[in-house]
Design a protein. Structure first.
Length: 100
């Protein structure tokens, strides 16, 4: 049992150091990502964004439809969300397996 733990130690250490390196390669996150995560994920899952690909105008219309249903967002938040969703979940964007 000790040998298994001894052998697994370097593997786990390599994985722990590899994760931050991968995160740095992705580049800075879009500023609208944080807004979408904080506002939209209160009611929706990531499947909503992956399955309903739209251009920026389509996402903006969706955001305004949510406002019609009671969401309270500022004009700046609306712009950031529509920009982010259009860029990462638009019709020409590469499909993502999960939210970034």
């Amino acid at each position: 049992m000790k040998s298994l733990a001894f052998a697994a130690g370097p593997v786990l250490a390599a994985l722990a150091f590899a994760a931050p390196a991968c995160a740095q390669e992705a580049g800075p996150a879009h500023p609208g990502r944080a807004v979408v995560l904080s506002k939209c994920f209160q009611c929706h899952t990531d499947a909503m964004f992956r399955d309903h690909r739209q251009d920026r105008r389509g996402w903006e219309a969706t955001v305004y439809r949510m406002i019609g249903r009671g969401a309270l967002w500022t004009p700046e938040e609306i712009k950031l969300m529509a920009d982010y969703l259009g860029a990462d979940y638009g019709t020409s964007a590469k499909p993502a397996a999960a939210p970034r």
